[in-house]
Design a protein. Structure first.
Length: 144
């Protein structure tokens, strides 16, 4: 059986990367639901502008919004793959995706304590030696 070029989810359009993460009703519903929580800006920003649509979209928005848009597009792709490839890796409903994205963003933004170091940027590093004997060495941390 030869695969059809139409979207497996909606059957309404050719399956392109743009359709899968933006134009498909499943992806659009996720984006609209996420707009209730994150300011994803105007829907017309998600218009197809040619093969570089994603680069042009990301170039028009702030760095913070860029990250949010990428998270939503990534989740739309992941949910689509879970449905089309019959993966049983969780609920792919819009409401579960919204909860997932909100929780995922919070985990990405949660502050982690900085690694301990002295005022000169040095810290002890333990190396395992022969016979499980340990050596201590102080190293200068690279600052870039």
């Amino acid at each position: 059986m030869e695969p059809t070029p139409t979207c497996d989810l909606c059957g309404n359009d050719y399956e392109t990367s743009y359709h899968a993460v933006v134009a498909c009703p499943q992806a659009r519903a996720l984006r609209q639901a996420m707009s209730q929580h994150w300011n994803l800006r105007d829907e017309k920003n998600f218009s197809y502008t040619g093969k570089d649509w994603l680069l042009l979209l990301l170039d028009r928005v702030s760095k913070d919004l860029r990250g949010l848009i990428l998270l939503v597009l990534w989740r739309a792709w992941q949910a689509r793959n879970n449905i089309t490839h019959s993966h049983s890796s969780g609920d792919t409903s819009v409401s579960s995706s919204v909860g997932f994205l909100i929780s995922y963003r919070e985990s990405l933004e949660s502050p982690y304590p900085p690694p301990p170091s002295d005022s000169k940027g040095k810290e002890e590093v333990h190396f395992a030696g022969r016979g499980d004997a340990r050596r201590k060495t102080t190293v200068q941390l690279a600052s870039r």
